[in-house]
Design a protein around this ligand. Structure first.
Ligand SMILES: [Zn+2]
Ligand SMILES: [Zn+2]
Length: 189
């Protein structure tokens, strides 16, 4: 029998692989269009602050949990099967939080900084690389990991944390890592 922590870890690892595959192939491979993910994902790229509605993500998570739970329990028994499905669903939720926070908040520590650079290089540098969001693992495995250069962000897609509230300019701490492109909306008189 598989130990429970191992089963949980394998579930989390399974999600991280799914995170990569769904994003890379359903989100960015023209040969697989249309599909259930791509439309929402294209909107996310076009608007930046757009995220698919919670009910869609919620139902996807419940479906994925149910679909993996039964075979996992049949295969390895009740407790490890549950742990596997919980690891998968739990890491999916972790991904959702990390991804949304990267867009909305300046982030937390070295991991937060890494996620932002890695993910916004995908958004604004090259959408063919850096498909993983929570880890570089599968980008390394599939050869799509790129070290971000200066990330040029169109002003109208700029994440709130990137901008100085008072002036609307790039915050000083991000100079050298990010640059703004395009015209700012005229300042209010
Ligand atoms: Zn994103
Ligand atoms: Zn993408």
């Amino acid at each position: 029998m598989i130990a429970i922590p191992v089963a949980f870890f394998l579930g989390a690892l399974t999600w991280s692989l799914l995170e990569y595959c769904i994003h890379r192939w359903l989100g960015h491979d023209a040969r697989l269009r249309p599909n259930f993910f791509e439309e929402e994902h294209t909107r996310h790229h076009a608007h930046g602050d757009y995220f698919a509605p919670a009910w869609k993500k919620g139902s996807a998570a419940v479906l994925a949990f149910a679909a993996t739970l039964v075979p996992a329990v049949l295969l390895v028994g009740v407790a490890p099967g549950l742990a596997y499905a919980a690891g998968l669903a739990g890491f999916y939720l972790f991904y959702e939080v990390v991804h949304r926070r990267a867009h909305t908040h300046a982030g937390f520590g070295a991991y937060g900084r890494w996620v932002r650079r890695h993910h916004f290089w995908h958004h604004f540098g090259d959408p063919r690389v850096n498909h993983g969001v929570t880890s570089p693992l599968w980008d390394i495995a599939f050869g799509t990991l790129r070290k971000p250069g200066v990330i040029v962000v169109p002003v109208k897609l700029a994440m709130p944390w990137l901008l100085d509230e008072a002036t609307g300019d790039l915050r000083e701490e991000f100079a050298g890592q990010y640059r703004l492109r395009g015209r700012r909306p005229a300042a209010e008189a």
